[in-house]
Design a protein around this ligand. Structure first.
Ligand code: 3HC
Length: 298
């Protein structure tokens, strides 16, 4: 199957990033949001990210000004689902809520052409459960991107027990055309990355709770000792503590293993509304975003 037109549901952090890389890779892209104000916010983020890539320049993996304007000319926003009717693939990146996603998929199924592929960017929700809201189980997959989407090279391509082989191979080839490296995985909680990453992040919180090190020492240790771009507590703030907390629930619910259970401090930070960078406060305070100040919680 030849993919030419890409639909993206949701213009938040992930949706706008996915739309950006698809347009940069040469696809016509239409992004659906409920309200024009969310489109405006997402498109402003895309403008900023594309400008950073132009500053970087094509020789260092960035873009030319010409490539930026071509990408932007291929990107359209809409608040009307019917504008996605002739898309060849639709990638959903809306709120991580099973009922919201299932409701959206049912509407999408009735609106978008029958041979289009549906993909979810969910990081933790069971892909099979979302698939059953449609009448196209064999054309349903997971495409899990990583934040920040324009910078992270990976996409996990998730096969369910119902996904047709040719659809799966089309999705793998599509991932490569986006400039990403696709890895093959199946519909089990966390896929590959979060299955391994989440217990590590939760252990970093436990280490802090147990006094093994301060917030900055734990982060420095993992950055400098293991060559990670960010320490685990910085990464938690970057991903969002609310998002991580949600993922832990899905994983713990499925496996009932302590390594996937949220430590008490994570729950309390989430209850306090301190979700990390997006709320200005998490393990660090981002009042001055260039100089985050670690909190003191134990
Ligand atoms: N768009 C365009 N360019 C961007 C960008 C964006 N969104 N974000 C960063 N950049 C560029 C910067 O402009 C800079 O370019 P330059 O080298 O030409 O100056 C370059 O990337 C490096 O950025 P910074 O100097 O600001 O900071 P870093 O060197 O720390 O890089 C980072 C930023 C790429 C985010 C890096 O810290 C990193 O890789 N962090 C780890 C991120 C990670 O692990 N993500 C996965 C999270 S898990 C997930 O998403 C799964 C989910 O299910 C939970």
């Amino acid at each position: 199957m030849d993919i030419k037109k890409v639909g993206v549901l949701g213009c938040g952090l992930m949706g706008s990033g996915i739309a950006q890389v698809a347009a940069t890779a040469g696809f016509d892209v239409v992004v659906l949001e409920q309200d024009q104000k969310f489109l405006d916010k997402g498109f402003a983020g895309i403008e900023k990210s594309l400008s950073r890539l132009v500053e970087r320049g094509p020789e260092k993996g960035g873009l030319t000004a010409e490539q930026k304007s071509q990408a932007q000319s291929r990107l359209k926003g809409t608040t009307n689902m019917r504008d996605l009717a002739d898309c060849d693939i639709v990638i959903e990146a809306i709120i991580e809520n099973v009922e919201e996603k299932r409701k959206t998929y049912a509407q999408l199924d009735a609106t978008v052409k029958k041979d289009a592929i549906f993909a979810t960017n969910t990081s933790s929700i069971c892909v099979t459960e979302l698939m059953t809201a449609t009448k196209r189980p064999e054309r349903f997959i997971g495409l899990h991107f990583f934040n920040p989407v324009p910078m992270m090279k990976l996409v996990e391509v998730v096969k369910t027990i119902a996904t047709a082989d040719d659809v799966y191979e089309t999705a793998i080839a599509f991932g490569t055309k986006l400039g990403k490296v696709p890895v093959r995985t199946v519909d089990k909680p966390g896929f590959i990355v979060n299955r391994l990453l989440v217990p590590y992040l939760l252990d970093a919180i436990r280490a802090y709770e147990e006094g093994v090190g301060s917030i900055t020492d734990i982060d420095e240790a993992m950055k400098l000792g293991c060559g990670h771009p960010m320490g685990p507590l910085t990464l938690l703030d970057f991903v969002g503590l609310d998002t991580t907390y949600y993922i832990t629930h899905v994983m713990y619910d499925e496996f009932k293993e302590r390594r996937f259970a949220a430590p008490p401090l994570l729950k309390r930070l989430v209850l306090a509304g301190w979700y990390g960078r997006k709320t200005g406060k998490g393990f660090y305070d981002y009042t001055d975003p260039k100089n985050p100040v670690p909190g003191k919680f134990v």
